[in-house]
Each structure stands twice: as C-alpha cells, then as structure tokens.
Design a protein around this ligand. Structure first.
Ligand code: SAM
Length: 217
C-alpha cells in the first residue's frame, strides 16, 4: 500500500489543524493512505526576526513573500520526498477542476503545496513550482484555503478513502463543467408537506435509475 505524502508550507499552520484532523482526511491518515505534514514558513525566514516578506520593487500596496525563505522551505520539503510535485495556488493559475483532482490522485506522487500570503510572492519562485492553479475568479487572503481545496479533493479520490469504491465515480463534475449529480433525499418522507419523490420509495430499481438520470445534468 502506497502512502501519499502531502506537505503544506504556510505561515499559519494552525489553520490546518481542524481540517486535517476531521472526517475523511483524518480517516485517510488513520488508514495510512496519506500522510500530511505542515511546515511553518517562518522557520526559513531571514535574520534575527525571521523575515519572510518585503515591499515589492516598483512600488505598490502591501508586502510580497521573498524568494529565499520560500525556496528554502521547498528544498526542505523535497528532502523528505524528492519526487513530490510542487503546487502554487495563485489567481494567475489555470482553474483547478475535478479532472485535475483525479489526475493528481492517480499519479500517486507526493504533493508540496506552498501557501502565499499578503500581496503574493516573488515571481522567481516559479522555477521551483510544477503547477500553478486557481480555485476561481475571486481573491482570497492567502493560499491556505486553496491548499485545503486541493488536498481535500485529491485525498478523497485515493482508493480506500471513501467508503463505497464507486461513490466518487457517480459524483458531480465527472466531465468538469457539466454533469451534476441528481438531488438526494433522506428521512422523513414528508417534511411539512414537502414529499420525497414517490419513485425513490417504489423499490423499482429500473425506474429509480431512470429518475436519477433524468434529474442529473
Ligand atoms: N495581489 C494578488 C492578485 O491581485 O492577484 C492577490 C494576492 S492574495 C491576497 C494572496 C495569495 O492568496 C495569492 O498569492 C494566492 O496564493 C492566494 N489566492 C488568493 N486568491 C486565490 C485564488 N482564487 N486561487 C488560488 N489562490 C489564491
């Protein structure tokens, strides 16, 4: 059994505690299918104050993460897993889709995810990066939430993480921009007059499958 190593480089390690220690991500670690480690970028900072950011050349608002601490942190992560691929969340990247999550999960290669902050990062870090990705057309405060999006969407596709082996194949976005799963219902059958579609209670598997197809898009 292969254990996928996922390393996260961040200035805010505490943001990952709840996410990595809950539900499927916790189970995936518990089953030895994935191993997460969170690396504090601050320990690679420069000088007595472990500086990691500086104002941008050419002027502009805010601070930018410096290339030296970032490259040192990536080198440290690579030393733990030399074939790991480095991912950089950035609005400049291609939008991350379900097909990307499948491709990354199937590769079985380790991941190193770098989480920028402030106004971004010194562009020269790109030489250490294998893939830049965006999670959509809006600006977040830092790369931590996009890192969680990547590691969650990939981990749940690793064989053995989800309960039913087929469930990932029947989910939404199998063709990325199209194909949304049918609506789901559970008890009670009648909630304040809102009823579960009767076909789902019929026990007729052929009709149920037909309803599911008709109500997927
Ligand atoms: N000044 C940057 C710009 O205008 O493109 C935004 C910087 S943002 C405040 C800080 C960091 O959050 C980014 O460098 C990136 O790592 C991450 N980030 C923000 N929005 C993102 C998105 N939609 N997809 C991926 N990463 C994002």
């Amino acid at each position: 059994m292969n254990t996928m190593k996922i390393q996260i480089i961040t200035l805010f390690p505490e943001m990952f505690e709840g996410v990595l220690n809950s539900s499927m991500l916790w189970k995936a670690q518990d089953r030895g299918l994935v191993e997460f480690s969170v690396i504090d970028l601050r320990q690679f900072g420069l000088g007595p104050r472990n500086q990691v950011d500086d104002p941008p050349y050419g002027g502009g608002d805010g601070m930018v993460l410096m290339v030296e601490p970032l490259s040192k942190a990536i080198a440290h992560a690579k030393a733990q897993d030399e074939t790991a691929k480095v991912y950089l969340p950035t609005p400049r990247g291609k939008t991350f889709k379900q097909s990307d999550a499948k491709r990354v999960a199937a590769s079985e290669e380790g991941l190193i995810i770098v989480c920028p902050r402030y106004e971004g990062y010194d562009e020269r870090i790109i030489d250490w990066v294998d893939e830049q990705y965006s999670i959509g057309n809006y600006v977040l405060t830092g790369g931590e939430i996009p890192a969680m999006v990547l590691l969650d969407s990939v981990t749940r596709l690793i064989p053995g993480v989800l309960g039913g082996e087929e469930s990932a194949e029947k989910e939404s976005f199998q063709q990325d921009d199209v194909s949304i799963e049918h609506p789901q219902y559970t008890r009670p059958e009648d909630f304040n007059g809102k009823k579960v579609p009767s076909v789902l209670l019929s026990g007729n598997h052929a009709r149920i499958e037909q309803w599911k197809d008709e109500n997927s898009r």
